[in-house]
Design a protein around this ligand. Structure first.
Ligand code: S3P
Length: 170
């Protein structure tokens, strides 16, 4: 079985995923990193140059590939759950965990750096985050497990996940 982290940008998926995989002694994959390695440019550049739907196609291939793994932690890009086929693939052999964060917490964690995040409007970051969160929360909430991450340190989030999934720690 895999552990699959979903949630909005800046919800801590990559940092939590890395620590979680270390504690479990599992390999770690990040779908954004897989896409970046395959294409040779950043996610932001891919979306700007080729458009969002081209990015989603490349992302979907990365999801299909990583979903074949076992005993790995997978951190997903914030838009991965929007495609039901992605979640079907990832759920087949994975427990899906939503790292829930409020719009204010996301804004705080982003620290004003929206340059690498083309889906957030730098002229109205709060409004665009709130709008997208509202659209996505019903989708994210289908996860097997939800962790409310507001105000929590990465290590605390990792500990909460480990307690809830009750997996043996080597
Ligand atoms: C996206 C989130 C990003 C990245 C891309 C699209 C989204 O990943 O995949 O910019 O639609 O929410 P992170 O959630 O890792 O920032």
């Amino acid at each position: 079985m895999n552990l699959v982290l979903i949630g909005f940008m800046c919800s801590g998926k990559s940092s939590v995923g890395r620590q979680l995989s270390k504690k479990l002694g599992w390999n770690f994959f990040d779908t954004d990193e897989m896409v970046t390695k395959q294409v040779g440019s950043s996610v932001g550049d891919i979306i700007r140059a080729q458009g969002e739907s081209a990015f989603r196609q490349i992302e979907k291939k990365a999801v299909q590939l990583v979903a074949l793994s076992d005993s790995v932690v997978i951190s997903t890009g914030g838009g991965v759950p929007l495609d039901p086929e992605n979640m079907k693939e990832l759920s087949r052999n994975g427990k899906v965990i939503w790292l829930k964060a409020s719009a204010m917490e996301i804004l705080k964690r982003a620290g004003g750096s929206f340059q690498s995040r083309p889906l957030i409007d730098p002229a109205d970051p709060r409004g665009s985050i709130e709008r997208r969160l509202k659209e996505r929360e019903p989708i994210y909430s289908k996860a097997d497990l939800t962790i409310d991450t507001d105000g929590l340190e990465i290590t605390t989030i990792v500990d909460q996940i480990l307690k809830k999934v009750s997996l043996p720690i080597p």
